[in-house]
Design a protein around this ligand. Structure first.
Ligand code: ADP
Ligand code: ZN
Length: 610
């Protein structure tokens, strides 16, 4: 009797198929459970983070079951990549969408009718096309996979009216299980997905949102361009995204990087479509490693080997920040997330929030801004803070993957320093901005000091033991933590607040101290991590060149051929036979047949020449 299990497939058989088709030795968390649910005929909703490995969950059963799995996916622009990636693993996949020629359409329909496809990707608007439901009913559908299922909910941030047509699936195809997938679902969205799709006793799978391979790093913003450049020094030749808050800043930063000889391109919604396409394509094909962008650069980037995401301005909210950083390291290899923030960023966020007419919206925007600042400012494990924001408890005392846990950032008692700075503000009448306050503290001798007579203040020169940079940071920290406020539109000045007065009267003030800016740590870490692998870098570069050649010939992005991880393993293990090649993660039977010999030849030639 079938006990709601995977029908006739044993665990060993599923592992066998995983290795044969995808070249992987182990399932990621929850994958096997989801696969078994589908094979057992159950409806399901799986909530997994980006990079969690959702596609494998429906691709594997599509290969094992008779008939075709119909995948509903919102982005036509991504379908080709998804189809290419599936085909590269030997799955029989195709897409039906408006970008196909009539001939292409016919070919796909014929393949469907004769049961020659494992996977059919369609966009939701297909379902509303005249006659499509009937056509669908005439094909041997095994099950439905609904990707980005949150698009069906008005509560979500990506609502697509076309998704509402999916509520007809269960009724029209009562015999087919429906497997829904999403990376973002609040409780409301989750309820919406279940009810709108009409799932029957669905299995709910909620994976942890933790992304263990991401390193989170947050720094006060001093010289964003210089800080970025030093950060990029640890990521030479690697793909990454630099987010900025405005189009103007995007242009500035991209121009700065280009001037410094970094291959970088700008991307924002103000650019012509063709230019945006060009940049996205160049990024995908590893021709342009760095994209400087507004948040408009997002949907549709499922490049697995993005090695860093840097935010040079404070994002509007934690959800957005998590999604953006989530674009790094989908392949599971270490990736690095940097956030720079300043009091001015915060002031700007609040300024924008307060422009909102609607009172409720305004208060939400303000709350978001404060939550973001709290994340940046608090001396708490970044991972723990992020996960708790999404309602998940992170129990480990040290995550080992953020600046706080690795001790790069520590809290320091700066009460005395705060008192000095605040008293410089008070003594000068709370009428001046940061520059003059720093001049007073540092005991500067310049025209403004002499004009104001501030060289006679008792606080004049009391901060000489510290650098100007320190005072800049400290005053920024005082404003961020609300001990001083920046006021005045035209000539901003610093006012000491009630909280500031408490510190003047002795209340302690603590702020994060930067122990070390180890922008290069990630590179070092990975070198360390691959030490047990002993990657031969020259060979690795040769393998990458071969991959680029093959990818160009096949007109697919390089990662469809092999991921970096697979190439690194080859450059370490130097496999010499097809069998040894199959031992490399990501090399299944199909890829072995397609590319195995080419890479074996590169390795053999390299060995004989050295
Ligand atoms: P998602 O759609 O959840 O963001 P993907 O399906 O794109 O994630 O998978 C992310 C990456 O993880 C892909 O490059 C995929 O090849 C890889 N992957 C998936 N499952 C496994 C596994 N069991 N072992 C190793 N890598 C995997
Ligand atoms: Zn941590």
């Amino acid at each position: 009797m079938e006990q709601g299990g995977a029908g006739r497939w044993s665990d060993a058989e599923l592992h066998g198929a995983l290795a044969r088709v995808f070249g992987y030795t182990a399932f990621r968390p929850h994958q096997i459970e989801i696969v078994k649910g589908i094979l057992g005929g159950h409806d399901s909703l799986s909530i997994m983070p980006t990079g969690g490995g959702k596609s494998l969950c429906f691709q594997l059963p599509s290969h094992l079951m008779d008939g075709v799995c119909v995948v509903i996916s919102p982005l036509i622009s991504l379908m080709k990549d998804q189809v290419d990636a599936a085909c590269a693993n030997g799955l029989r996949a195709a897409a039906l969408n408006s970008s196909l020629s009539p001939g292409g359409h016919r070919a796909v329909r014929e393949a469907l009718a004769s049961g020659e496809l494992d996977l059919l990707y369609i966009s939701p608007e297909r379902l509303s096309a005249p006659g499509f439901w009937d056509a669908l009913a005439s094909w041997p559908v095994s099950f439905f996979a609904v990707d980005e299922a949150h698009c069906i909910s008005q509560w979500g941030h990506d609502f697509r009216p076309d998704y509402l047509a999916l509520s007809g699936l269960v009724e029209r195809f009562p015999q087919c299980p429906v497997a829904a997938f999403t990376a973002t679902a609040t409780p409301e969205v989750e309820r919406d997905i279940l009810s709108r799709l009409g799932l029957r006793e669905p299995r709910l799978i909620r994976a942890s949102f933790d992304r263990p391979n991401l390193f989170y790093h947050v720094l006060p913003k001093e010289e964003p361009h210089a800080q970025l450049l030093s950060f990029l020094g640890g990521h030479e030749g690697e793909s990454g995204i630099v987010y900025r808050s405005t189009r103007r800043k995007v242009e500035e930063t991209a121009a700065f990087l280009q001037k410094k000889g970094v291959k970088a391109e700008a991307y924002h919604a103000g650019l012509p479509d063709a230019e945006r396409m060009r940049v996205q394509e160049a990024f995908r094909r590893d021709e342009c490693p760095v994209v400087v962008a507004t948040v408009a650069f997002g949907m549709g980037i499922d490049k697995p080997d993005v090695r860093f995401v840097a935010h040079l301005d404070l994002p509007k909210n934690v959800e957005g920040y998590y999604q953006e950083t989530g674009r790094a390291g989908r392949d599971g290899d270490p990736a690095h997330c940097l956030l720079l923030y300043s009091a001015a960023d915060m002031a700007q966020l609040l300024y924008f929030a307060r422009q909102t007419e609607d009172e409720e919206q305004r208060s939400i925007a303000e709350k978001h801004a404060y939550a973001m600042l709290e994340y940046a400012e608090r001396n708490q494990c970044r991972r723990k803070a992020l996960l708790s924001y999404f309602g998940e408890d992170f129990e480990e005392p040290n995550c080992g993957g953020c600046d706080v846990c690795t001790g790069e950032i520590q809290e320091e008692d700066y009460t005395i320093e705060a008192q000095k700075a605040l008293s410089a503000m008070v003594r000068s009448g709370c009428r001046f901005g940061r520059v003059l306050i720093m001049d007073i503290l540092m005991g500067a001798d310049n025209r403004r000091i002499r004009e104001t007579g501030f060289q006679h203040l008792p606080t004049y020169g009391v901060g000489k033991d510290r650098t100007r940079r320190f005072w800049k940071y400290l005053i920024d920290a005082l404003t961020r933590q609300g001990l001083a406020a920046i006021e005045g539109e035209e000539y901003p000045y610093l006012r000491v607040t009630e909280t500031g007065w408490e510190t003047l009267r002795g209340a302690p003030f603590r702020a994060l101290r930067i122990v070390e800016t180890r922008a290069r740590r990630n590179r070092a870490e990975r070198d360390g991590a691959s030490q047990d692998m002993d990657v031969d870098d020259t060979l690795f570069q040769l393998l990458r060149a071969e991959r680029r050649r093959l990818a160009e010939a096949a007109q697919v992005p390089p990662y469809v051929v092999f991921h970096d991880r697979a190439l690194r393993e080859m450059a370490a293990g130097k496999p010499a036979s097809r069998e040894a090649m199959l031992g490399i993660a990501g090399v299944g039977e199909r890829k072995l047949a397609l590319y195995g010999d080419a890479f074996l030849a590169v390795i053999a030639r390299y060995i004989s020449e050295n």
